[in-house]
Ligand binder design. Structure first.
Ligand SMILES: [Cu+2]
Length: 357
């Protein structure tokens, strides 16, 4: 790598010298006509302009077709549908405008390329034309921004009194996540990093009765079709809770509680069996099997078969093991969720277990 970089630096330095010598030569021979573009040059440049825009569009279409499988599937949360619609409208609008403007720009560059006998038309201004190209973007952009603002307020509106939301704390630290469920009372006990001691790794306030029935878990289980309000805390530095399948991301900031809320609509099982995911997992496992062959040949363990699960990821580069910050999310039926939660021990039980030891 170092050798490669050194070579690149030497090559760039060489090019710089070469370019500088050209500039020097140019400044010395001001009367030389060979540096002025003639019809042949203009013809060439005009065609290149046209060729470039065709190349860009072909490349764009190719990328859309070729890399479609890397797009996320349909949203697994309620608000995600609105979010995707806003994204789609914005992309289509931008694409439409850019295809027309870039197309015209390059086409006119070609059409009006320099010719010796051509004379430029003197065109001072046109009020009507300027009005049209100002008012159309104003209306379109204002519409897009207002629509975006409505969608944003809708998504970010977190009302704890509306419906029967599940309250879950997401706790981030270098380099993992913990989830804390509020227990029977659905109220999270007070917590502060100053209370962190022994098994109390999340700093739950032991004097607060609301905290006794809280349950700290290493997996995030969510009942389908029930609103969840996430309260996020960080132990150390800035992290970011990222749940791409639910179109959710929120910074997790030390010293404060940030919130995000969504309603999961597709269970892990349903997503796993969806056409998109079956195909994707098959591709992943094909690659893994190929890799395993090489690993086995080298005397190593083969890779395990991959099965799909939702994940909560950290989306802030927070240190050396940032990539390790992931927590499995299981979206399941209300009954399965309740059964799972029942098995988890409360903070109070953990404390008494430790005291009796
Ligand atoms: Cu992190």
């Amino acid at each position: 790598m170092t050798v490669f970089l050194t070579l690149v630096v030497i090559a760039l330095f060489g090019i710089t010298l070469w370019q500088m010598s050209k500039i020097l030569k140019l400044s010395q021979t001001a009367d030389d006509d060979s540096q002025v573009a003639n019809d042949k040059d203009n013809n060439m440049q005009g065609k290149l302009m046209l060729g470039f825009v065709v190349f860009i569009y072909v490349l764009m279409i190719y990328c859309f077709v070729q890399y479609r499988m890397f797009f996320l599937p349909e949203s697994a949360s309620e608000h995600g549908v609105d979010y995707d619609r806003l994204m789609m409208i914005s992309v289509v609008l931008i694409m439409f405008v850019q295809i027309i403007t870039q197309g015209l720009l390059h086409y006119f560059s070609y059409k009006y390329r320099g010719k010796k006998e051509n004379k430029a038309l003197f065109f001072a201004d046109n009020d009507k034309l300027e009005f049209i190209w100002t008012i159309i973007p104003v209306i379109v952009l204002a519409g897009l921004i207002i629509y975006g603002l409505f969608t944003w307020t809708d998504i970010m509106n977190i009302d704890e009194n509306e419906g029967d939301p599940l309250i879950v704390e997401l706790y981030a630290y270098q380099f993992d996540w913990r989830a804390r469920y509020a227990g029977e009372d659905n109220v999270l006990g007070k917590a502060n990093v100053r209370f962190i001691e022994g098994i109390n790794t999340l700093g739950i306030d032991m004097s607060d009765n609301y905290g006794k029935d809280d349950k700290v878990t290493t997996e995030l289980h969510l009942p389908v079709n029930r609103k969840v309000i996430f309260k996020m805390r960080s132990q150390d530095i800035l992290h970011s809770a990222y749940m791409p399948f639910f179109r959710a991301q929120m910074n997790v900031v030390p010293g404060m509680i940030t919130e995000f809320s969504y309603t999961p609509t597709i269970t892990s099982e349903e997503m796993r069996n969806s056409e998109f995911m079956v195909e994707k997992v098959a591709t992943i496992n094909k690659i893994r099997r190929e890799k395993s062959k090489k690993l086995v040949a080298a005397g190593d363990e083969p890779l395990e078969e991959y099965t799909f699960d939702y994940y909560l990821l950290c989306n802030k580069i927070c240190g050396a093991s940032h990539y390790n910050m992931q927590m499995k999310i299981v979206v399941e039926s209300e009954e399965d969720y309740n059964a799972w939660l029942k098995e988890q021990t409360t903070f109070g039980e953990q404390l008494s277990a430790q005291a009796s030891n």
